[in-house]
Write a protein that binds this ligand. Sequence first.
Ligand code: NA7
Length: 545
Amino acid sequence: KANGTVQQVDVAVVGAGFAGLYLLHRLRKAGFSTVALEEAGDVGGTWYWNRYPGARCDIQTIDYSYTFDPELETAWTWSEKYATQPEILRYLGFVADRYDLRSDIRFKTKVTEAKWDEATERWQLSTDSGAPVSCRFYIMATGCLSAPKPPEIDGVKDFRGQVYFTGRWPHGGVDLAGKRVAVIGTGSSGIQSIPLIAEQAAHLTVFQRTPNFALPAHNGPAPDDRMSLLQGDRAAYRDQARQSMTGVPYPQQTAVSWQLSEAERRERFERAWAAGDLVHILTQLWADQGSELDGNRLVCDFIREKISAIVKDPETAAALMPHDHPFGAKRPCLDTNYYATYNRPNVTLVNLRQEPIKAITESGITTAKRNVDVDVIVFATGFDAMTGAIRAVHPITGRGGKSLSDVWAHGPESYLGLTVEGFPNFFMITGPGSPSVLSNMAVSIEQHVDWVVDRLAQLRDAGFTTVEATETAQAGWGRHMADCAMLTLHRLANTWYTGANVPGKVHALMPYTGGVGPYRSICDEVTSRGMLGFKLTGPNVAAQC
Ligand code: NA7
C-alpha cells in the first residue's frame, strides 16, 4: 500500500538472514503487511557475507535448520555434518523461494534513520534507496555478528597489497596461489580459513593475539547416532532441543568432575574429542565444567595436551595453548587440520603477546621484533557483536526523542533481549539479553520470532496499538541476567560476548546465560500472566501492566 511516496506496512523488518526470512513468513501468515529491508543483494545474512575459504557452521547442520514446517524439513537434505557457507546460502535461497519471500524484500536498501512518531504511533524509516517506510511495528533481524570491526591497526591505508576481511569476502573468491599472505586473528573465521589459505599460499604468516581452544570437526556425513535420534522421532527431537540449555538436544550432565576417576574423565574427554561437536564437549563431560574453575581446568589441560601432541615445534605449540581464559568462556572453535597446519614449512605463527604489531607498512606488517613482507593481508578480526549492527546501521529514536545509542551508553539494557523501554513497538530478534549466541541460533530465532509474531497478532486482535517494556521489568531482567552470569565462567574472559574486543565498548556480558529452555519458559510466563512487564495502549484503553 503506497501513500504518496511512503511505503505503508504493518511491520518492517531489517535483515533477510535466518531471522528475517522466518519473520516474513510468520508475519504474512498472521495477516500483517510487511517489508524487509536488506543491505545485501540477496538473502542469507551472515551466510551472504562470510564467503571466506572454509566458512561453515559449527553447530551440526541437522540442528542448525528451520523446524517450523515438517515438510520443509524433509524437502531438504544436508550433504554434510557441518555444511559449507555455499550450501547454507543455497538452503536459505531455497526457503525464500519455497515461501515466495523475495517479493517482500527490498535488497540493497539500508535504513538510514528510524523515528518513533508519537502522534501517529508509527515508526518512520528513512532508507538510502527507494521509498521511506512507515510501519506500526519495527523489528531488527540484523544478526549478532554482522558489523565487522575496523582493523584498529595503524597504517592499513599505506599497505600496497590486497586487503580482505573474512566477514566481507569477495563473491568471486580470491586467488591466493603463490602469494605471501598474512592472517590477523585466530577466532572461528581465522581457524576455519587458515588451513585452506596455507594450502594455496606460497607462505602464510598468522598473527595471533589470543590463542583459542579448537577441536577437530571430523566433518563428513551427519553421524548415524544423531540421524537416528532425529529420524526416530523428529517432533520429540526438536522439542528436546527447544527445552534444552543450548538449543541442541543433549541431556543435562549430573556427574561432577571429582566424582569421576581420572580414567573415566579421560574416556569422556576422548569420546568428546572424537565426536567433533562443540555442544558435546561444552556440556557432556561433567556438570561443573562450565561453572567451576576446577572442573573447567581439567578440560583445558586435556586440550592443551592434544595441541602439544599435534604441533611438532614446542615453541609454536606453547604459543597456541590458551591459558588466559576458561574453556567455553570465549567461543571455542571447530577446525579441520588447524593445529596440524602449523607443521607445514610454509606457515609461521607470530605471537603478538610477545611481539605486538607496531604498524602496517607499504610492504607488510611490522611487529616489535620483525618486518613481515606480504602480498595480501586477511583481517579475521571479528565483529562489533550483538549491538554493532543495531547501533551502527542508523540512529533509532524512540519516545521523547531518546536515541537507542544514548540509552545504551552504559550497556545494552533490554527486557527479555526482545524490547527496550522507551521504544514502543520495537523488537529485536536475538538481541542482547537473549540466549542468542550462547545457543543454537536457529532454535533461538524460531522461538523469538514465534513469540513476537504471536504477541503482535494477539495484541492487534485485542485492539491494542502499542506495546512497550516497563522500566521496572527491564531493570529486573538486567538483575536476573547478572545473577545468571555469576553462575557461569563467561565473566572471566575478555571476549566479544562482553564487548571487550571493541575498544571503548561498554564491558557487559551481552547474551543471557540462563539457557534456551528456561528462557522459553520465562517468555511463556510473561504471556500467560497478561504480558507481565509490558505497558499496552490502544483506543479507549488506559495504560496497563
Ligand atoms: P572473533 O572470534 O572475534 O576473532 C577475532 C580474532 O581477531 C581474535 O583472535 C582476536 O584476538 C583477533 N583480533 C581482533 N582485533 C585484533 C587486532 N587489532 N590485532 C590483532 N588481533 C586482533 O571473530 P571471528 O570472525 O573469528 O568469529 C566470530 C564468531 O563467528 C565466532 O565466535 C563464531 O560464533 C562464528 P583477541 O581474541 O581479541 O585477542
